[in-house]
Design a binder for this molecule. Structure first.
Ligand code: ADP
Length: 398
């Protein structure tokens, strides 16, 4: 292999994606996924030279740690260890410390660990991933690409909370957002699809995975996003509650809830899981809904309604709209969820293109609707955070 390949490690809240990526073309030599971490059917699978392999994960400790060690073994077995020039890591929370991609060293890892106070589900896993990879590849430069970096262009009116100003001055309490690499990527791809320069067009990008967020992207820059100080805010998610009245916390305190129990509930027992009482996985919720389960239907309705509300409110951040872009595991794959969101946007003139929505069903992407009123399209674009991470790693290497 030539010197343009990067091993990319992308730890999600319940998954770990890995890939050996050509940083010029975006082509992947090897791709793999550990998924459903914490659930019974936790598993790892990968694709190499067209061949797919899958194995169950039976492990009691940290699934992220296990997954990195398994990836290292796999790379050794496939003889791929000596061929890439860098390792690129996706990191969720960079606070105001990291405004762009940086080379990883012990100081960076420690700062990422410190910033775990902003992303409890992710940053620890990210730091574990970096440590394991530094140990496995001590002579390779490693880079950290932050999910918050793209959101650093938000104006103060979007990132400040209406709290005493001192909280920002003393503790940097503010909106940081997350999924920035994904919002960055799909906004660039959307510009290609509507055939306009990205720096002269506007998008609302909707990343719906286990974690979920919406961003308003104006002339290539993020101007608002739905996640906040932590990835708990905004949309309803797999296990996270999204926006609630902060007084719910005080109310439950007074009912005798402990602090840890409360935050565990908001982060890990809410969202699809909490409302449906069945699973955090959108597929399971949709199946239960089809079988007539009323709480699964309620979860579906809260989720899709809230996405539509955020899209509508972000029109206030833009002068015009060229496209709404759906991405992430749910956004790329779930026809009924996309359909219901577009239904909820009828007042903005959005009409579903049923054939397009069908065709985009299996993660292929495409146009799924449009609004004559706004002169905007609704698009599905498979995200490719790994490609962005590989590109930015090699750019910094140069
Ligand atoms: P993460 O935030 O962990 O990276 P992903 O972007 O991989 O998550 O998205 C995971 C979500 O995508 C899960 O809720 C899963 O159920 C959902 N998903 C994947 N495929 C489908 C599908 N065909 N229909 C509906 N939801 C799907």
């Amino acid at each position: 292999m030539s010197n343009q390949y990067v091993l990319v490690i992308n730890s999600g809240s319940s998954s770990l994606k890995f890939a050996v990526i050509n940083s010029v073309t975006g082509d992947a030599v090897l791709t793999g996924l550990g998924e459903c971490f914490g659930l019974e059917d936790s598993r790892m699978s990968w694709k190499y030279q067209g061949e797919k392999t899958s194995e169950a994960i039976q492990y009691d400790g940290s699934h992220h740690q296990y997954a990195v060690e398994r990836v290292v073994k796999l790379l050794n077995t496939l003889g791929l260890t000596s061929d890439f020039v860098a390792v690129g890591h996706r990191i969720v929370a960079g606070g105001e410390t990291f405004k762009g991609t940086v080379q990883v060293d012990e100081k960076v890892i420690e700062e990422v660990e410190r910033l775990a106070e902003l992303a409890p589900l992710h940053n620890k896993a990210n730091a574990e991933g970096m440590r394991a990879a530094m140990k496995a590849f001590p002579s390779l430069p490693q880079f950290a690409v932050f999910d918050t970096a793209f959101h650093q262009t938000m104006p103060p009116k979007a990132f400040m909370y209406a709290l005493p100003y001192e909280l920002y001055e003393q503790h940097k309490v503010r909106r940081y957002g997350a999924h920035g690499t994904s919002h960055y990527y799909v906004s660039r791809e959307a510009a290609k699809m509507v055939n306009k320069p990205v720096d002269n067009s506007s998008y609302i990008t909707v990343h719906l995975g286990n974690g979920a967020s919406v961003s308003a992207v104006k002339n290539g820059q993020c101007v608002d996003t739905s996640m906040g100080l932590t990835p708990l805010a905004g949309l309803m998610m797999g296990t996270r509650c999204g926006d609630i009245d902060p007084s719910v916390i005080e109310f439950l305190f007074r009912k005798g809830w402990e602090k840890d129990e409360l935050f565990e509930m908001l982060n890990k027992k809410s969202g699809f899981l909490g409302v449906s009482g069945i699973t955090s996985d959108a597929r399971g919720v949709l199946e239960a809904m089809d079988e007539g389960n009323a709480r699964a239907k309620l979860a579906f309705e809260i989720f899709t309604y809230r996405v539509a509300k955020y899209i509508t409110s972000y029109l206030a951040s833009l002068d015009s709209l060229d496209a709404i872009v759906f991405t992430g595991g749910i956004g790329e794959n779930s026809l009924p969820i996309r359909r219901e969101i577009l239904n909820n946007l009828k007042i903005l003139g959005f009409v579903e293109d049923e054939k397009g929505n069908e065709a985009a069903r299996f993660g292929e992407g495409g146009e799924i609707g449009s609004s004559e009123l706004l002169g905007a399209k609704a698009l599905v674009i498979p995200t490719n955070e790994e490609f962005v991470i590989a590109q930015q790693s090699v750019e910094l290497l140069k």
